[in-house]
Structure formats: structure tokens, C-alpha cells
Design a protein around this ligand. Structure first.
Ligand code: ATP
Length: 227
């Protein structure tokens, strides 16, 4: 397996409100192969979101390092897109306006940005909804826009933090299947955080379990999905 992403001996402490430090992660190391779909499961508070934020360099770890394609990552952006637990769309922008955002900040010309955004909106099943505003969409549709926005910048790695947690069971199932279809079509490397073991096992090539805080990886539950 060629490593796309390497998490090496990551330990993280946050300052605790009552003083001192809270150790959230302890010596976490794992690799994710190119094109692999890996799920992370773990109890609430075990540091799942923190590890994604460290990988995206929204947080600098107290110790340890992150490599992509063997290169040390020291600042955010570049090859990674983050899909958050709750949709983070701007209410005053249309679906298309939201989907082009990542390209806008990368200074891609408007016509090219719109063309790419339309392509990914189609891919997530939202062709025809470009001019809708977020409040005119269902929760599942808003998460699709979120997902399209993450894909438009053509990331190598998608970090997904419980992206379907707020959806009802039926929409969640549909979105899981859509995610697998899109993953198979695009070949992205996916790191997917969830509370739910069944979701993790269904989606992923491999599932890693994070122990209760401080999160570490004592067990490695391996699931070989591919139905
Ligand atoms: N900015 C911060 N400052 C201080 N403590 C923080 C900060 N962010 C997270 N924490 C603490 O770190 C621990 C892990 O948080 P994190 O959000 O990574 O957990 P999680 O496994 O994603 O939880 P959940 O499944 O509930 O979303 C928690 O105890 C939380 O209170």
C-alpha cells in the first residue's frame, strides 16, 4: 500500500479551563493508503475531531507530525478538504454560490469555478438546484452541497467529521451509498469519523478505533468491506 497520509506519534494537550492541561491524544500513529477509505470510531470526547483538525492543520499538535505523500505538512489547505458534522453553508449564497467558495479563495476564474462547481453539484445529485438558497433545501441536500463544495477544489484527501450525524436514518443510508459511489468514481482518499460502528464497517476498507481519552490506538479493528 502506498501511503497517502501518515500520522506519526501525535500527542495533543489542550489547556483545561480549570487550569493545567487536558491530554486528548497520546502517541497516535497510523497510515492511510492512497485511495483508501478509513473510518475512525471512538467514544465521545476521545479526540476524533481533534485528530482531523490536526491533520488539516487547523491545530498544531503538541507533539508528532503529519505527512502527505511523504512530505511534512505545516500549514492548512492544499490537498485536503474538510466536510463538517453540520452543514456550514452561507445562508445568503445560492447552492452554486456556496459550491464555488473554495475555488474563489483559490482565485480560480469565475467561469471555470462555476463549471467545476456545476459538475460536482451534478455528481452529488443537485443538478437543477443551483439557484436555490440553503433554507430551501432539505438537510440531506444541504450536506450534498457541503460535499460538492469539498470536492470542487479537487482534494486528494477528504476528511469527513460525522457528516451524516444530523440526518434521519433513511437519508443517511442514501447519503452513505452516494458517498461510496462518488468515492469509487473519484478515487479520493477518505478519512471518515463516526460514532456508529455499523456505519464505519459498512463504508470503510478499514476501521481504526480510538480509545477513551487520551485517545490512542490500542486496537485495530479491520474490516474489509467490498461487498
Ligand atoms: N479548543 C479546545 N480547547 C480545550 N479543550 C478542547 C478543545 N477542543 C476539544 N477539546 C476537548 O478535547 C476532547 C476531545 O474533543 P473532540 O471534539 O476531539 O472529541 P470527539 O471524539 O470528536 O467527540 P464527539 O464524538 O463528541 O464529537 C474533549 O474533552 C474536548 O472537551
Amino acid at each position: 500500500m502506498i501511503s497517502k497520509l501518515q500520522i506519526e506519534h501525535v500527542t495533543h494537550l489542550f489547556p483545561a479551563p480549570e487550569g493545567g492541561d487536558l491530554k486528548v491524544l497520546e502517541d497516535v500513529s497510523f497510515d492511510v493508503g492512497a485511495g483508501e477509505f478509513v473510518s475512525i470510531i471512538g467514544a465521545s470526547g476521545s479526540g476524533k475531531t481533534t485528530i482531523l483538525r490536526i491533520i488539516d492543520r487547523l491545530i498544531t499538535p503538541t507533539e508528532g507530525s503529519i505527512r502527505i505523500d511523504g512530505e511534512l505538512i505545516v500549514r492548512p489547505g492544499g490537498k485536503i478538504s474538510f466536510v463538517f458534522q453540520r452543514d456550514s453553508l452561507w445562508p445568503w449564497r445560492t447552492v452554486l454560490g456556496n459550491a464555488v467558495y473554495g475555488l474563489e479563495i483559490r482565485k480560480v476564474s469565475r467561469p471555470e469555478a462555476e463549471e467545476r462547481a456545476r459538475y460536482f453539484l451534478d455528481l452529488v445529485g443537485l443538478g437543477g438546484f443551483e439557484n436555490y438558497f440553503p433554507h430551501q433545501l432539505s438537510g440531506g441536500m444541504r450536506q450534498r452541497v457541503n460535499f460538492a463544495r469539498a470536492l470542487t477544489v479537487d482534494p486528494d484527501i477528504l476528511l469527513m467529521d460525522e457528516p451524516f450525524a444530523s440526518l434521519d436514518a433513511q437519508t443517511r443510508e442514501i447519503m452513505q451509498l452516494e458517498l461510496l459511489r462518488i468515492w469509487e468514481e473519484t478515487g479520493k482518499t477518505v478519512l471518515f469519523v463516526t460514532h456508529q460502528i455499523d456505519e464505519a464497517v459498512f463504508l470503510a476498507d478499514r476501521v481504526v478505533t480510538l480509545s477513551a481519552r487520551p485517545g490512542s490506538f490500542p486496537h485495530r479493528l479491520v474490516s474489509r468491506r467490498r461487498l
